[in-house]
Design a protein around this ligand. Structure first.
Ligand SMILES: *[C@@H]1O[C@H](CO)[C@@H](O)[C@H](O)[C@H]1NC(C)=O
Ligand SMILES: *[C@@H]1O[C@H](CO)[C@@H](O)[C@H](O)[C@H]1NC(C)=O
Ligand SMILES: *[C@@H]1O[C@H](CO)[C@@H](O)[C@H](O)[C@H]1NC(C)=O
Length: 263
């Protein structure tokens, strides 16, 4: 075969290669409207309209977990009554690892990520303010980086307790379970583990429970403890009341799980 023939075959091969996927456009308008303080937003687009035009008490915390189906994710602030002391943040959360963060301050600006999942957090400051409308649109290719949680739960009660799995069975291999403690009544809380039976290892590299709290001074989720084994860790302070508890397991050895309360 001469070089020209090889060249032509190569050109034909490239020209007839199937497109990798069909790219999806953004929805023209948000397909869902969320007005609650926090929760799971699992749609192609959504408007988070929280206390729009109404007051929000000081020290309010809310956390929305946005899990869009496509890998180009755009947030835009449509309206805002938030003030200087208030914090509205986006945090990349691929594989349940808190990552790149945006301060959402500018109405009309676009804040974009090239994969999900994304956490939206609101922590209001000392003076009362009013709410906001934040829209989210996803587009592009199917998102391989988002979601994949084996369990997801939000707790808004002022005090409470939970156990995982809590059904008398051991937990599973390859878990990524996410628990959000965001009491609707503002104020700090103490999170206390009341049961621990998680595969032990130095540095908890196999199975782990990690507790993040929202640090006002750092203005982001801060890892307070990463625990495993069977010893009960010391109580953990949740400065604003907001806690993100992430349970991850590897591909072998499963045990009884864990339990904690907050008050
Ligand atoms: C989000 O929706 C998709 C599709 O309906 C589903 O497969 C996935 O489990 C949902 N995620 C959660 C955390 O519920
Ligand atoms: C975001 O806000 C925090 C404090 O609220 C500030 O320290 C940080 O510099 C801000 N980041 C950007 C990119 O504006
Ligand atoms: C934000 O993104 C949308 C959609 O791509 C675009 O129409 C709009 O012009 C962008 N706005 C800014 C301020 O970049």
């Amino acid at each position: 075969m001469n070089t020209l023939a090889v060249f032509l075959i190569a050109v034909v091969a490239v020209a007839t290669a199937a497109p990798s996927a069909i790219l999806v456009d953004e929805d023209p308008e948000p397909v869902a409207t969320v007005t609650t303080c926090g929760g799971l937003v699992n749609t192609s687009s959504a408007a988070i309209n929280f206390q729009l035009g109404e007051s929000i008490p000081a020290g309010q915390v809310c956390l929305w977990t946005v899990q869009a189906p496509y890998d180009a994710i755009r947030f835009t602030l449509k309206e805002s009554g938030l003030g200087m002391g208030d914090s509205l943040k986006l945090t990349r959360f691929i594989g349940a690892v808190p990552g790149y963060q945006y301060n959402v301050t500018e109405v009309g600006a676009n804040y974009t990520y090239s994969a999900g999942t994304v956490l939206v957090t609101l922590v209001t400051g000392a003076s009362a303010s009013s709410g906001f409308s934040l829209e989210m649109y996803s587009s592009g290719d199917l998102d391989a980086g988002g979601g994949g949680f084996t369990h997801y739960e939000t707790f808004q009660a002022a005090t409470g307790a939970t156990a995982y799995p809590g059904n008398g069975q051991p937990y599973m291999d390859d878990e990524v379970a996410v628990f959000i403690v965001s009491p609707s009544e503002s104020g700090s809380r103490t999170l206390t583990f009341t049961g621990m039976d998680v595969e032990d290892s130095t540095g908890c590299i196999y199975d782990s429970v990690e507790v993040f709290s929202w640090s006002v001074s750092m203005d982001h989720l801060h890892s307070e403890a990463r625990v495993c084994g069977s010893a009960l860790p010391p109580p953990i302070m949740l400065e604003t009341g907001l806690g993100v508890i992430i349970f991850k397991t590897d591909s072998s050895v499963t045990q009884g799980g864990f339990a904690f309360n907050w008050m």
